[in-house]
Design a protein around this ligand. Structure first.
Ligand SMILES: *[C@@H]1O[C@H](CO)[C@@H](O)[C@H](O)[C@H]1NC(C)=O
Ligand SMILES: *[C@@H]1O[C@H](CO)[C@@H](O)[C@H](O)[C@H]1NC(C)=O
Ligand SMILES: *[C@@H]1O[C@H](CO)[C@@H](O)[C@H](O)[C@H]1NC(C)=O
Ligand SMILES: *[C@@H]1O[C@H](CO)[C@@H](O)[C@H](O)[C@H]1NC(C)=O
Ligand SMILES: [Cu+2]
Length: 600
């Protein structure tokens, strides 16, 4: 077992305090030296993996509400920059600790260090991961548990178990990315993981006692695959979803957990402990374009009542169905937010740009990180300009939100794949979610929203379906909204919400950015002021900003690329041949539409 670090239950102290200003019950200090190690969690392949302090998996972090963690991160990777994001923590007033490279900080270059000051103000199940360059599937991710001595389900369980689910790749992310976002992969088929892991192993044996109730915290720390999770012979009653305590739900046989999602469930063991039970995590194979030969998308673990008894093989399930989280009711009873002050429609789709590679788009725009982290732009372009989306750059897909406004996101998924969308700095009410293939959201009398909607920070929109989310813009900061499939994130399925920039400036005293964060920018040669292009004089002049690859030539279709990729045996496809093919296609078809994104 990896040594996590444990904090004594000090929240009682906190709740006794009458002071309105936060009193950090306990302050932990932890050093993370981030470096390559080798690991072989599926027993099939030794691979370089990102470890912490010489070990993999990285340590689980446990704290109690009210604790604070000073995390000193030293980048000893040698060949990669890094960062740490605490997924699901709102970072209220500490936007610069959010860890998103290009948004709230510069990447920590090799040889540099940076300190995160993390305040655990929310109870629940979270995780931390690198937030740079598609890096976390290299192994830099682990669960975070924030205990809640006053939690609504205290006393209902005897013990707690934490289990991560993940997918595992044998090849390094950077080489997978090179092949993935490439003219040779015009359809954008995602890299398929080699294995599934339960708690970073394929031999998980969870010792339990008969006749007890466990709070089981499940967190998907994977890159791509959603998992069906079940325990044979046992039911699960959901009580937490993404850090939100819910009323105890009806017993579920099976959960569907997409990357970045968390559930806590109550699981009561059997009265007689004379048998062991298989626990299965099955990656959703519908997400995979190809299933490589020899692929086993399932991983089995066991609830072990008796070491002397055999570990049974799991039974085959004919149809994988799962618990529907839509009707979960938060214990706090927070009602449906009223009519939105601002509604953002995001039409998501995948398509090709002029280099023939496949990208992801919101409203025909693909995300490209700015030269200056967006938060630093918000703080340095001057109060008037900070509210102008333009200064954050064309390809950051910026939306400026007014303080305390009710924001609605209508997400129309024009792609046939599912996408787990995540919002930093908030959770949102999921007020509508269509079945697959429902098309775009159309508001009419037929649709009613739940009075107390389920709230979470990562939610799956179905293929060619839609969903509607609401939240209050009560956390000034710059927050990403993105698909949590790491491959899609790298394809640009990301938007930037600049929330209450004026209040943000006021809230972060003295400019707010810690000196070591700015030092990381200097060490990396990244500008830390001005607009998205690093222009400090005329912040409305974006010349030189990072832009996406230009669109396909007019009239050119993705089919052309697919045909081309199929017919060209040579891997040496230069731009010349692309231009040639594009011209041919145009002559045949005449001028096409205006959309920079080709339909497929
Ligand atoms: C960095 O080094 C590691 C360990 O040797 C290697 O696995 C990885 O592919 C390297 N990454 C790049 C981008 O070169
Ligand atoms: C899963 O791994 C973590 C350490 O990473 C450990 O603390 C935890 O107890 C493990 N869970 C189970 C059920 O063994
Ligand atoms: C994984 O589990 C599912 C559900 O039982 C089953 O349909 C599938 O065949 C399993 N895959 C393998 C490789 O055993
Ligand atoms: C952030 O803190 C303010 C109080 O300072 C509070 O009103 C607001 O609801 C908080 N927002 C979130 C998302 O926690
Ligand atoms: Cu996605």
């Amino acid at each position: 077992m990896t040594a996590g670090f444990l904090v004594s239950l000090t929240a009682a102290l906190l709740s006794l305090s009458l002071s309105p200003s936060p009193v950090w019950a306990a302050t932990l200090t932890q050093d993370f030296t981030v470096a390559w190690v080798t690991a072989n969690p599926d027993g099939a392949f030794q691979r370089p993996t990102i470890g912490i302090n010489g070990k993999w998996p990285p340590p689980l972090i446990r704290a109690t509400v009210g604790d604070r963690l000073i995390l000193n991160v030293h980048n000893n990777l040698g060949n990669a920059s890094t960062s740490v994001h605490f997924h699901g923590l709102f970072q209220n007033g500490t936007n610069y600790m959010d860890g998103a490279v290009g948004v709230t900080q510069c990447a920590i270059p090799p040889g540099s260090s940076l300190t995160y000051d993390i305040k655990f103000e929310q109870p629940g199940t979270y995780w931390y991961h690198a937030h740079n360059d598609g890096q976390y599937p290299e192994g830099f991710r682990a669960p975070v548990v924030v205990h809640d001595p006053q939690g609504p389900h205290e006393g209902k369980y005897d013990d707690e178990l934490i289990i991560s689910l993940s997918d595992w790749y044998h090849r390094p992310v950077q080489s997978l990315l090179q092949e993935f976002i490439s003219v040779e992969n015009p359809t954008g088929a995602e890299p398929v993981p080699q294995a599934a892991l339960l708690n970073d192993t394929q031999d998980l044996q969870v010792r339990v006692d008969a006749g007890k109730t466990y709070l089981v915290r499940l967190v998907n720390v994977g890159a791509f695959a959603a998992h069906y999770f079940w325990v044979e012979g046992h039911e699960m009653r959901v009580v937490e979803v993404d850090g939100v305590w819910t009323q105890e739900a009806a017993p579920a046989q099976r959960l569907y957990i997409a990357p970045a999602q968390r559930y806590s469930v109550l699981l009561t063991t059997r009265e007689r402990g004379d048998e062991n039970f298989a626990m299965v995590s099955a990656m959703d194979e519908e997400l995979f374009d190809v299933i490589p030969e020899g692929q086993n998308s399932n991983v089995t673990g066991w609830l072990v009542y008796d070491d002397a008894k055999p570990l049974p093989r799991p039974k085959t399930v004919d149809r994988l169905d799962a618990f529907d989280d839509f009707d979960l009711v938060p214990v706090d009873g927070l009602g449906l937010l009223g009519e939105p002050d601002y509604s953002i429609t995001l039409d998501a789709k995948m398509g090709n740009l002029g280099d023939g590679a496949n990208y992801a788009f919101f409203n025909d725009m693909t995300y490209v990180a700015p030269k200056v982290p967006s938060l630093y732009s918000a703080l340095t372009v001057g109060p008037d300009h900070a509210a102008n989306p333009r200064v954050y750059g064309t390809n950051t897909i910026p939306h400026v939100l007014s303080h305390n406004a009710v924001i609605q996101i209508v997400l129309n998924n024009g792609d046939d794949g599912d996408h787990p969308f995540h919002l930093h700095g908030h959770n949102f009410q999921v007020i509508h979610r269509s079945p697959p293939d429902a098309g775009v959201f159309i508001e009419d009398e037929g649709i009613s929203f739940p009075p107390v909607p389920m709230r979470r920070d990562t939610v799956v929109v179905q293929g060619n379906g839609n969903m509607v989310l609401r939240f209050r813009a009560d956390n000034p900061g710059v927050w990403l909204f993105h698909c949590h499939i790491e491959w899609h994130m790298e394809q640009g399925l990301v938007a930037t919400f600049v929330e209450a920039p004026a209040e943000l400036r006021r809230k972060l005293k003295d400019g707010g950015i810690p000196e070591d964060h700015l030092a990381a920018c200097r060490a990396a040669g990244v500008p830390a002021e001005g607009n998205a292009a690093g222009n400090t004089r005329d912040v409305l002049d974006l010349s030189g900003e990072n832009r996406a690859v230009p669109p396909l030539p007019e009239g050119f279709t993705a089919k052309g690329y697919i045909a081309m990729a199929g017919s060209c045996v040579s891997a040496l496809l230069g731009l010349a041949s692309i231009a040639w093919y594009g011209t041919m296609d145009m002559e045949k078809k005449g001028a096409g539409g205006e959309s920079p994104v080709a339909e497929d």
